[in-house]
Design a protein around this ligand. Structure first.
Ligand code: BGC
Length: 932
């Protein structure tokens, strides 16, 4: 037996060695590695030391606990900029201590407003709401030698030392450490002495700039020179003042602004601060336009060599403008940032499209991706190459761009004519599989372009695979939909003039998202965006950050409810109570708003007159894009039914959240309210036949999934649902709202075969239809393109919209069988319950949970089922072994009653249920035949 037992993956606030933590009580987590069955932590000890002085900040001593996630720091108060080293050791199930872990660290951000000495600066105003503007370059030179003592300090040296230095009262200091604190209203890229600082792109991302902006902290110690230095920053418009959705430019402000301070600490204890102020210089340069939606125009002839290095002659540059403090919160970026994640190459030679005055060339990356291309080109000066990005081709081979609406998605590069030139746009991103190149002199090579995939750098955590290649492509498409739409904010789509944080989309997809990637930090940040977007009356809009795009303060059913569903899901998956605590009042205000704005507990009914608190009434987006025969984008499910169902659901979740937080009075209050809403739902929406008014699949699914029916009506409603699917020849008809729950309801109600039939359906509406059409991401509409009708309405036809990718969670949780247990959130206890079916011969999934890797993989061969599972150390699992009619159920070749780590509980017709300790297991069942 493997006796290895050790601690690894130390993280602080979900991050490995984070810089600029801004929470007063950071939370610490680790993983335990061990192959042995039953490996458990029974105690831990944490040691936290100041990294500079070695002073012990916290020695927890031995604490008896099996908790290895979200341990709250309980040492001496942490100071601004303080760096600490920390390590942990744990005791195993035999009370044997493991080795101390390696040291990890975290560093605090600027905790006090007064820590900020810098002022906001920028260039003069160019461009208006409809006209473009070039990107300002800003620079500042500073010297670390020959400089008077900074920060108004007197020279601490004695006269002899000053004499010996040969520099008088000027310094020749040795840098101990240097940190750059930087942000922008807009976007920035920063350089120090000609070197790029950090590898983030689209910094500082998107928040509601009327309320907050996030800053980054970079360790630049190694980048400083002992003498002359130069900081250079390029500013872009980004979300702050570039084109946003369809409303034009300058939504938050009229031009980009920079705030930065470089703090240098010398060995002798002195400090020097270089801040953004009126001494900086600025000039416009080669970037004539760089806009998220439109693209970048770059004239390489206008480059200035060495502008970000000392010694550059900037006489022609202007002095910057100073701006008053906008008065918004400056907060650290305690979460993932956007980065270049991977590169893709064209899958074939470019295809020529005859054109005038010259040919165009279409490049195919084989994947609908989000980011930009990098072009390596040489040619005569003054030639402009145009790069137009699109997701899909017209049947005649030309690029289809009608669905981009006003988003231009076009980059222009004008050559300087000096050998090989490399162009990569900075402050834009495109959604594309194809790039049309025009203006190229001659015939371009395949390697002219490289695709650069850009998204929030959140670690991949899951994989799913089965014996059906189309389902595997579906999983691939779901994953790529997530990549492309997780660019700092969870968006609906990445290509047209929209790209907004639609709350409904984010809510329906979150459970799937958690399987594919570690989204804890990403959704933690977005929950703040939701809170910032919340109206004072408690309503939550359809978009966060709120751009007021819909002119509605209330996003309506299934959209606004994201404010409760998302943090609840993060709690379920990561065990994160703090997120619930932080936003508890916001959640309460939302549910209280629902109570107030509903009539007789029926939410968003079309017969609601305006109330005192609401000037208008908004029923919501219905079952958006359903194909239920209603012919409406809102689908045919009554909006007040959807509204009341989600009112009940959000209220019930809030009651459970209150109970998780120990708020028993609230727990009772919201549970009572849930019961009342449920009653109102039954009263209003069920008939004596048990039918749910509306009689759509979504109406049945919501009533069943949210437990809104009396027990005796459930079977009739299930029958109605199945009949509806059958009458449509095994097709779903659900839109955004019903789709995520449909396969779960069918599974739970004993119709797994129907769920599989829907999964394998290849004609639309279905998940596999777009796959059979060569899709590489999830389409917005079930019928984005069909043989009969061609392209759907170009006004709304994205080919990269993750909402229907919500089937992904079912693939992991039901087909492969890995699920969380709300009784012990954060996968402290795991539910392993694969449901073979649909003719699949194998399925397997691996998921790196916050407790470690969980695996579940089954295979059926020669009437024998083999099921391999991994339960990570320090957790337990309930395993539902699918036995069908199997007589022999073994683990590792032995009867399960006799093996270590397994305790047998029950057997019914289809499953043997047992409890597992941590470890790896192999179950075999023979003879295996599935009863569907
Ligand atoms: C978006 C959706 C969004 C919807 C609201 C669309 O334009 O792309 O995904 O949820 O509007 O119904």
């Amino acid at each position: 037996m493997d006796e290895i037992f050790y601690v690894t993956n130390l993280r602080c606030e979900y991050l490995t060695n984070p810089m600029g933590i801004e929470v007063a009580i950071p939370r610490l987590s680790w993983l335990i590695r061990s192959e042995r069955r039953g490996a458990m932590q029974t105690a831990y000890q944490l040691l936290v030391e100041d990294a500079d002085t070695g002073v012990v900040m916290w020695n927890s001593e031995k604490i008896l606990s099996d908790q290895a996630t979200h341990i709250e720091y309980a040492g001496k108060p942490l100071q601004s900029r303080q760096r600490v080293d920390w390590k942990v050791r744990v005791w195993d199930e035999f009370d044997n201590p493991a080795e101390w872990s390696e040291f990890a660290w975290w560093e605090m951000g600027l905790l006090d407003e007064l820590d900020w000495k810098a002022g906001w600066i920028g260039a003069s105003l160019v461009g208006g709401p409809r006209t473009t503007s070039p990107c300002p370059f800003l620079r500042k030179e500073f010297n670390l030698t020959g400089m008077d003592y900074p920060c108004d300090q007197a020279d601490p040296r004695d006269a002899a030392e000053v004499e010996a230095s040969g520099l008088g009262h000027a310094l020749n200091p040795v840098v101990k450490k240097a940190r750059l604190y930087i942000t922008a209203l807009g976007l920035y890229e920063v350089y120090l002495n000609g070197q790029r600082v950090g590898d983030d792109v689209l910094n500082p991302g998107w928040t509601d700039f009327r309320k907050r902006v996030r800053y980054r902290v970079y360790d630049v110690t190694e980048m400083l020179s002992p003498a002359a230095n130069a900081l250079g920053v390029i500013l872009g418009d980004g979300w702050y003042c570039g084109n946003l959705e369809w409303r034009g430019r300058q939504f938050y402000g009229d031009r980009p602004k920079l705030l930065a301070q470089l703090l240098v600490e010398f060995r002798d204890g002195t400090k020097k601060c270089v801040v953004t102020d009126g001494t900086w210089k600025t000039s416009f340069g080669p970037i004539l336009e760089s806009d998220l939606l439109m693209g970048e125009s770059y004239d390489a002839r206008l480059e200035f060599q060495g502008w970000d290095q000392p010694g550059f002659v900037d006489e022609a540059w202007r002095t910057v403008e100073n701006f008053p403090d906008p008065g918004v919160a400056r907060v650290a970026t305690n979460g993932p940032t956007v980065k270049r994640i991977q590169e893709l190459h064209p899958v074939a030679d470019p295809v020529e499209i005859q054109g005038w005055p010259s040919s165009k060339w279409i490049y195919d990356f084989g994947q609908n991706l989000v980011g930009h291309v990098c072009m390596k080109v040489s040619g005569p000066a003054g030639i402009t190459i145009t790069l137009l990005h699109g997701e899909i081709k017209n049947p005649d081979g030309t690029l289809y761009t009608a669905n981009l609406r006003t988003a231009r998605q076009t980059d222009y590069y004008t050559l300087k004519g000096e050998g090989e030139e490399i162009f990569e746009p900075r402050f834009t991103f495109h959604g594309f599989r194809y790039v049309e190149v025009s203006g190229f002199p001659g015939k371009p090579d395949r390697d002219l372009l490289t695709g650069v995939v850009v998204h929030s750098a959140i670690p991949p955590t899951g994989s799913f695979e089965c014996s059906d290649p189309l389902v595997n492509q579906l999983q691939h498409n779901i994953l790529w939909g997530q990549k492309g739409n997780f660019v700092d904010v969870p968006t609906d789509c990445p290509q047209r003039d929209e790209r907004l944080g639609w709350t409904g989309d984010a809510q329906v997809f979150i459970r799937t998202a958690t399987f594919n990637m570690d989204v804890a930090g990403f959704y933690t940040k977005w929950q703040q965006d939701l809170a910032d977007a919340q109206h004072e009356i408690g309503a939550v809009p359809a978009i966060a950050p709120n751009t007021n795009a819909t002119m509605m303060n209330d996003g309506g059913p299934a959209w606004a409810d994201a404010v409760v569903i998302c943090p609840w899901t993060i709690y379920l998956i990561y065990g994160d109570k703090r997120l619930l605590e932080t936003h508890y009042n916001s959640l309460k205000r939302f549910v209280d708003f629902l109570s107030k704005s509903s009539r007789n507990l029926i939410r968003a009914g079309s017969d609601h007159p305006p109330t005192e608190t609401l000037e208008w009434l908004w029923e919501g987006f219905g079952d958006w894009l359903a194909q239920d025969g209603s012919g409406k984008v809102y689908g045919g499910t009554p909006k007040d039914l959807i509204g009341t169902a989600f009112f009940a659901y959000s209220t019930r979740l809030l009651g459970q959240i209150a109970s998780a937080l120990g708020k028993t009075d609230d727990a009772r209050k919201y549970d009572d309210l849930y019961q009342s809403v449920r009653k109102a739902f039954i009263h209003r929406f069920t008939t004596n036949d048990g039918l749910v008014i509306g009689q759509t699949q979504t109406a049945y699914v919501l009533a069943l999934h949210f437990d809104l029916l009396p027990d005796e009506l459930r079977p009739q409603v299930v029958r109605a649902l199945v009949r509806d699917i059958e009458s449509r020849k095994m097709h779903l008809s659900t839109g955004f709202v019903g789709t995520p729950y449909l396969p779960y309801v069918l599974t739970r109600e004993g119709h797994l075969d129907v769920a599989y039939a829907l999964l394998f359906q290849k004609s639309w509406p279905s998940w596999l239809y777009s796959v059979t059409q060569g899709a590489t991401t999830i389409w917005e509409r079930w019928d984005g393109w069909t043989h009969d009708k061609g392209f759907q309405d170009p006004g709304m036809n994205s080919f990269n919209h993750y909402a229907y990718g919500s089937i992904g969670a079912w693939l992991y949780a039901v087909v492969a069988g890995i699920d969380a247990d709300i009784e012990k959130p954060g996968f402290k206890h795991i539910l392993l319950r694969p449901r073979p079916g649909g003719g699949l011969t194998y399925a397997r999934a691996a998921y790196d949970s916050i407790q470690g890797r969980i695996e579940s993989g089954w295979r059926i061969e020669n009437d024998r089922l083999t099921w391999n599972v991994t339960v990570p150390p320090n957790t337990t699992a309930t395993a539902y072994i699918p036995v069908g009619s199997g007589l022999s159920v073994l683990e590792g070749g032995k009867p399960i009653g006799q093996v270590e780590g397994v305790s047998f509980t029950t057997r019914d017709d289809n499953e043997v249920v047992c409890e597992l300790k941590s470890g790896k297991y192999q179950f075999t069942v023979e003879p295996f035949s599935i009863k569907l």
